[in-house]
Design a binder for this molecule. Structure first.
Ligand code: NAD
Length: 406
């Protein structure tokens, strides 16, 4: 990310002082989280919340629970959120949080007590106008419900807009679950138009079959794309004539893995990335397209559903080969966009139909794609650098207009 930030800042001619402002988080909080465990013993966990930049609005970003959470990672992810929110032009800055713990070893009661005490530790910097967390790795709707309740009990009124990714019964948004996959589908459609290609003549390889990959594949299948391969953590399945994605997803639900799907060949998910196709959608995890395999990628277009699936070295190789990469901060921003809609609905106290959510998402994704494309044409650079230019320009312009408070 530092390379992309610097390349974009150079193109913009951003002065060194402003670069330093944008490199540094606005605020970092570390809290000790004492919790009485089920066995009666007291344990102290560590939690972080980093607010990278709040000049465009409240901070937005997930909270993850994992043994390897660390401040450097949380910091980097919070900056990523600043750029993602700015690319789709939603009025949020970036934030991220985490608690060092192993959720597989914790009971529901322990998880609830950790969440409530962590929330109370960072409560002063939270709020619908300050910082609005969301679920991330190993946290979910229930975690957000506990967080919302803890915050509400402290401020003595129900404040649903303090988190997004909540259950619909507690002020969650319709369409949030599908939002990232739907956003992937919209940007893919816009990119195809640019290349003069049509969905029915487009073979797609999807890596990952979870919230982003699985839902993205289902929506793209419905639009007429030929999904020739999809994978999960155990491996990939392939059928050059196209897979019946609803049947694949039903098989996955029933068996817990894709392997064994009738009529499909099996291969590793790494090998699937190199299959003949027009579009590749890495939607599983980071660092999947590297200097080791980039040369063999056959897709003309890569839509980054996951965060950071392409390394810097691979980016250079792909650019030389003329492969268009729609970067993560644009391609998977559908999720944060519908989180923004959730916050808006909570504040209005008026809830949209799913159709309204989806149409509004489409408008934002189509505009964001066009904005990034226009910057790429203006600066003659990749869509990734263009997305960073657009984001940094939006954040730094607001910063300059507001001036430095002294
Ligand atoms: P998920 O847990 O729902 O699904 C992950 C999928 O990837 C699973 O199918 C898993 O089996 C598969 N997988 C894991 N390792 C794999 C490998 N090496 N090869 C092939 N498949 C593998 O997660 P998700 O929510 O779909 O998130 C996927 C990525 O998208 C992550 O990078 C996440 O940060 C990013 N993202 C998610 C959202 C969102 O709204 N869910 C938003 C923005 C970005």
């Amino acid at each position: 990310m530092a390379r992309n930030f610097n390349a974009a800042a150079d193109k913009l001619g951003l002065d060194e002082g402003l670069r330093e402002v944008l490199r540094r988080p606005d605020r970092e909080v570390t809290v000790a989280i004492p919790v009485v465990m089920d066995n009666g013993k007291l344990e102290v966990f560590t939690g972080y919340r980093v607010q990278h930049n709040f000049s465009r609005g409240p901070c937005k970003g997930g909270i993850r629970y994992a043994p390897d959470v660390n401040l450097d990672e949380v910091r980097a992810l919070s900056a990523w959120m600043t750029w993602k929110c700015a690319v789709v032009d939603v009025p949020f800055g970036g934030g991220k949080g985490g608690v060092i713990c192993d959720p597989r070893k914790l009971s529901q009661g322990e998880l609830e007590r950790i969440t409530r005490r962590y929330t109370s530790g960072i409560l002063d910097i939270l709020g619908p106008d300050r910082d609005v967390p969301a679920p991330d790795v190993n946290t979910n709707e229930q975690t957000m419900a506990w967080l919302m309740d803890t915050y509400s009990m402290h401020v003595r009124r129900t404040t649903t807009a303090v988190v997004t990714g909540k259950p619909i019964a507690l002020g969650g948004s319709r369409g949030r679950r599908e939002a990232t996959g739907r956003g992937v589908m919209f940007v893919c459609r816009e990119a195809l138009k640019k290349l003069g290609m049509r969905p029915e003549n487009t073979r797609v390889v999807v890596q990952g079959s979870g919230n982003v990959g699985g839902i993205g594949a289902e929506l793209m299948h419905r639009e007429g794309y030929k999904i020739v391969s999809i994978s999960d953590m155990y491996g990939a399945i392939h059928n050059e004539k196209g897979l019946d994605i609803p049947a694949v997803m039903a098989h996955l639900k029933k068996n817990g893995k894709l392997a064994g799907f009738p009529g499909a060949k099996e291969l590793t998910s790494a090998a699937a990335l190199e299959l003949p196709c027009e579009v590749l959608v890495p939607a599983a995890t980071e660092n999947q397209i590297t200097s080791q395999n980039a040369e063999r990628i056959q897709a003309k277009l890569i839509i980054e559903g996951a965060n950071g699936p392409t390394t810097d070295a691979a980016d250079k190789i792909l650019e030389k080969k003329g492969v268009i990469v729609v970067p993560d901060i644009l391609a998977n921003a559908g999720g944060v966009t519908v989180s923004y809609f959730e916050w808006v609905q909570d504040r209005m106290g008026y809830f949209w139909t799913e159709e309204h959510v989806n149409t509004s998402l489409e408008q934002i994704m189509v505009k964001a794609f066009a904005d990034v494309d226009a910057v790429a044409n203006k600066y003659k650079c990749s869509m990734r650098i263009a997305a960073y230019i657009l984001a940094i320009d939006r954040v730094s312009s607001v910063y300059k207009l507001r001036g430095v408070f002294a």
